[in-house]
Design a protein around this ligand. Structure first.
Ligand SMILES: Nc1ncnc2c1ncn2[C@@H]1O[C@H](COP(=O)(O)OP(=O)(O)OP(=O)(O)O)[C@@H](O)[C@H]1O
Length: 338
């Protein structure tokens, strides 16, 4: 018997690790663009899932942004049916008219369609083909944009996508391995023109920045960036737990036992906030602003810093304006939403 190619073994092991012990019943759904990463993911899932007694389906999204995109989606769906995936779906989405740049709008439409498919089929998980290289790019972009620990934590291996568990089994698999696996298995992956389009920051990082880093510092750079993401993610999760407890403590009691003359519903006690370490306090304020209804994408460091100044640099300044048409002021030793 011919030995199993190491790249094929690596992708199967990664998918097996992700699927083994999945709590819920229901099929796993592979999100497949037809590119090397998600084609390798689909091939590994087609091999592993039946051996774990799980049905495997596949969804491909047609963004309708490029000539030939419908044909590409149809070809992926045809291949999936021939390979034994069920259900198989090709979903056409409308990208135009969504907020944000074209890349962000396409991503939002894609994830919405994937989550809807996941719910429709009662999927136990939705799988995407993000690799270690994608993770390294994400960390570098976050570092360059100054997005702080939440950005540096990169993409989590699992998260909730509107009620469906989203898994990324390939975060420890390299792009080189997915390409090699495709070659060994005789697939011709689709090459997404966006991946090499220099008008996208991620494409420039992929084409120029990472190769330069690897050339200067050696190939371990990719794994080291991915490890940085894991370490920061663990620290961030711990700090988030502490911040949730601190937020509970800072809340003005609504039962009449407030620290001021009268309770201020929905407010926070400034003296409690002032006693927190800055890293915790800014997390508390960020979480509180989200709770009040500020949209995550629009809530920036600047907004949180302005809230923080109400606590630590109080000079009687006016209300702080937050995205989502919100205002917060300091009154009588409390931060209060107006
Ligand atoms: N059109 C699509 N339809 C279904 N899933 C998609 C589509 N585009 C991306 N995905 C999913 O999201 C993952 C990340 O996509 P992205 O385009 O960011 O990275 P990529 O490295 O180019 O992936 P790939 O080589 O699989 O296209 C893919 O691996 C795939 O699981």
């Amino acid at each position: 018997m011919a030995a199993l190619a190491p790249a094929v073994a690596a992708i199967r092991v990664a998918v097996r690790r992700a699927l083994v012990g999945l709590p819920a019943a229901g099929p796993v759904l592979v999100a497949c663009s037809g590119g090397a990463d998600s084609l390798a993911l689909a091939a590994a899932t087609a091999f592993v899932a039946p051996r774990l007694g799980r049905p495997a389906g596949l969804v491909t999204v047609d963004h309708g942004l490029q000539a030939g995109s419908a044909e590409r989606a149809a070809a992926v769906a045809r291949w999936a049916e021939e390979t034994g995936f069920a259900p198989v779906e090709s979903v056409r989405v409308r990208v135009a008219g969504r907020p944000g740049g074209p890349e962000g709008a396409a991503r939002e439409a894609r994830y919405q369609a994937l989550a809807e498919a996941g719910r429709r089929y009662g999927a136990s998980a939705l799988l995407t083909g993000h690799t270690r290289d994608d993770q390294a790019e994400t960390v570098l972009l976050a570092l360059a944009r100054g997005s702080g620990p939440r950005g540096l934590a990169g993409m989590p291996p699992r998260r909730d996508l509107s009620g469906v568990p989203l898994l990324r089994p390939f975060l420890d698999v390299t792009r080189e391995q997915t390409r090699r696996a495709c070659a060994v298995l005789g697939f011709t992956p689709w090459e997404d023109p966006h991946n090499v389009d220099p008008s996208y920051a991620r494409a420039r990082v992929r084409a120029d920045v990472l190769p330069a880093l690897v050339a200067a510092l050696g190939p371990a750079v990719l794994e080291n960036l991915a490890r940085t993401a894991r370490l920061v993610a663990a620290d961030t999760a711990a700090l988030d737990d502490l911040a949730a407890a601190a937020l509970a403590e800072a809340r003005v009691p609504t039962d009449g036992g407030a620290t001021g003359d009268r309770p201020v519903p929905g407010g926070l006690v400034v003296t409690v906030l002032a006693g927190l370490a800055p890293a915790l306090r800014t997390r508390v304020l960020h979480a509180w602003a989200r709770e009040l209804g500020a949209p995550a994408a629009a809530l920036s460091h600047r907004h949180v810093a302005a809230l923080d100044a109400l606590v630590t640099d109080w000079r009687g300044q006016g209300a702080v304006y937050l995205p989502g048409a919100l205002r917060v002021t300091r009154h009588d030793g409390h931060l209060v939403p107006l």
